[in-house]
Design a protein around this ligand. Structure first.
Ligand SMILES: Cc1ncc(COP(=O)(O)O)c(C=O)c1O
Length: 436
């Protein structure tokens, strides 16, 4: 390893606490300083390259240092880097908002911005609660699906259901209700889960503000996938009880499930749609909650009526981030990405076949550009994910399994050859597991 890389590691560990990391691990697992990125590849200081098979936490859509997005940001930075977003506005955000309202499901016509996924969830939850309050109803509960993940801030964590992140904070979270997620991708499983939701809503619907779901794929919950039918059944049940449907498309939005937005596959318009991650092509922090005019109108009144939505973040609607988002949407449009991805989706399907023959593989799943290989977990103490991460890295592929689920969520610029390389590394990594 180069001297300057070693120095960077020392300086990093002296001053930085990394996210979602047991820092002691870095006594034995080296931190990897990345010198540059290009396309689907990250390069370290020894010029080793790694295919970013997880799109750097699912954000990157069109590669690192994408020349088009780079150029657009360079132009914007010399024009306006940031401006307070209360009482002021700017062109990039107006253009972006119009475009988002046009491409998201019908009925979503107002955009409220924040700067990360978890904050967008807080916005959607608070807006839903206050909407009911503004109309004179008290509905203090939210329902979410078992095994769901919506972020790490207190509200977002409260509606999540991944024990690993939630358990420690149990005493300080808001009380929420969970309902079963469909067990698998079949229509039957969707119907069974919808029945359970129906029972819950029949009992407690009157005190529930919103149902929040990750449409089609629960990503952090081990890439658990389910049928679009559940979304349409849930929509009908919510309508029946006057409950909002919040679609958290932070991870699955922008083409990940094969369509621009996952809700499209169910033909459903939610009351709130939360977007982030791919929104800026993976460049800058930005999130948005889209909602309906009907919800917007419930807050629209004379100031003294105290019905305003008084929520803000300092970096709301940052022009550089909006500019990156507009550039990402340009690429979607100009390069017909959704259509082009169809070939890649089919190729991934073929590539996944070989995993099914491995005895240690429990299930292989795919929804669009998201693929997962779940392994049987015999020894829960064994950190199989770490073993696979390290093996794949030695083969030039950045995989980051979630427990015993090896998954692929690559940038869309990956060629079929690179998809094959990514799958080869994962396959070899799984086969190399000793006594597994
Ligand atoms: C579905 C979903 N919602 C919310 C979040 C939280 O987003 P952020 O990490 O930007 O706070 C994530 C992050 O992985 C996510 O996958």
């Amino acid at each position: 390893m180069q001297e300057n890389a070693k120095l960077l590691i020392d300086q990093d560990l002296a001053h930085i606490w990394h996210p979602c990391t047991q820092m002691k691990d870095h006594e034995v697992i080296p931190l990897i300083p990345i010198r540059r990125g290009e396309g689907a590849y990250l390069f370290d200081f020894d010029d080793n390259s790694y295919i970013d098979a997880v799109s750097s936490w699912w954000v990157n859509l069109f590669g690192h240092c994408n020349p088009y997005i780079n150029q657009k940001i360079k132009e914007q930075v010399d024009t306006l880097e940031h401006v307070i977003f209360a009482g002021f506005t700017h062109e990039p955000i107006i253009k972006l908002s119009k475009r988002l309202c046009e491409i998201t499901p019908p009925g979503l016509s107002k955009c409220f911005y924040a700067d990360n996924g978890s904050s967008a969830i807080e916005v959607a939850l608070k807006m839903s609660f206050q909407y009911h309050k503004n109309r004179g109803e008290k509905r203090p509960f939210f329902v979410s699906l078992e095994n769901s993940y919506h972020g790490e801030t207190i509200g977002a964590l409260s509606v999540g259901d991944v024990k690993l992140y939630k358990e420690v904070f149990e005493g300080i979270l808001i009380q929420t209700l969970q309902t079963p997620v469909p067990e698998n991708q079949t229509e039957e499983a969707a119907e069974v889960a919808a029945k359970a939701l129906e029972t819950l809503l029949n009992e407690r619907g009157y005190e529930i503000s919103a149902l929040i779901i990750e449409p089609l794929v629960q990503c952090a919950g081990g890439m658990h996938m389910y049928h679009p039918l559940y979304i349409s059944l849930a929509r009908s049940l919510c309508d029946k009880h006057g409950i909002h449907l919040i679609a958290d498309e932070i991870a699955v939005g922008f083409g990940r499930t094969g369509t621009m937005f996952a809700c499209e596959q169910a033909g459903v318009s939610p009351d709130f749609m939360a977007l982030s991650k791919g929104l800026t092509g993976g460049y800058l922090p930005l999130s948005v909650v889209l909602t309906t005019n009907e919800i917007y109108d419930a807050f629209y009144c004379d100031y003294h009526e105290l019905k305003s939505f008084l929520h803000s973040h300092s970096y709301t609607g940052n022009p550089l981030a909006c500019c990156a988002a507009n550039a990402a949407l340009d690429i979607f449009e100009n390069e017909h990405i959704i259509e082009k991805n169809r070939e890649k989706i089919a190729f991934i399907k073929v590539q996944l076949e070989r995993f099914k023959a491995l005895a240690c593989v429990k299930e292989v799943r795919q929804t669009g550009m998201i693929a997962a290989v779940e392994l049987h977990q015999k020894d829960t103490q064994r950190r199989v994910n770490l073993e696979i991460f390290q093996y794949a890295l030695s083969k030039g592929v950045l995989l980051r399994p979630l427990g015993n689920v090896v998954y692929f969520m690559p940038p869309y610029i990956l060629t079929c050859k690179e998809i094959e390389m990514m799958m080869d590394a994962a396959y070899e990594a799984i086969v190399s597991l000793k006594d597994f």
